[in-house]
Design a protein around this ligand. Sequence first.
Ligand code: DC
Length: 240
Amino acid sequence: MFSNSTGRSGLPNVSVDGPAGAGKTTVARSFAQEVGFRHIDSGAMYRAVTLSALEDGRWDVTGSDDSILVFLARNLDVAFDSDPGGVQRVLLGGIDRTEDLRSEAVEEAVSLVASSAEVRTALMDRQRELAQNGGVVMDGRDIGSHVLIDAGLKVYLTAALPVRIARRLMQRRQNGTAITWENAASSVINRDRIDSTRAVAPLKPAPDAVLIDSTHLKRCDVVRQMKFMLRDRLNENRGG
Ligand code: DC
């Protein structure tokens, strides 16, 4: 089954897509730790381009010229590391910018950056490169549908809107942002709208993705389900 879907390590890749606040990154990180795969948060790459553009200062957020964004995406010096607790750290130009990637300014502008077709192409190439050896769990919006179409296991993780808003609110507050429910709600709704209506690679489940609704599930339950699925896929593969 994985004849076309494994990298050189012989291990499949796993994609985790879904809307904002569904818990993709947390689930993907725990799952990767438990199965010994490498976790890549592709959203962090879009955030990294956004942060670089905001700091660069030449990008006009209200304009239609994305040439600076494309330049920054093509030359992005991004690296993923993890701290002793296994939490992903994102290095930009060798400097740990993990917290800055979650800032209000980045949060507001990132969907716009992610709707540029050329930025997406540049980042997709990087994402494929990172996953070429297999054994990667990558989370995002278009990983199963566009980036890793041969992934051995594709999960589309969602949750009811109020739950996603509550999760986003908690996450932002933990990061030290003073944010109201109304702000968190409009940010999630706005993000969903842009991500799912953009012309290129809009958010939608890959036809062969397994849908998991985490509205009433704890993270460990989702991770457990995914481990069963991966084991089944690996057994199918071995058993032919
Ligand atoms: O998952 P996140 O909130 O960190 O994603 C940040 C933004 O990047 C969000 O607007 C969706 C976009 N994104 C995307 O379009 N494709 C991906 N593979 C990952 C993220």
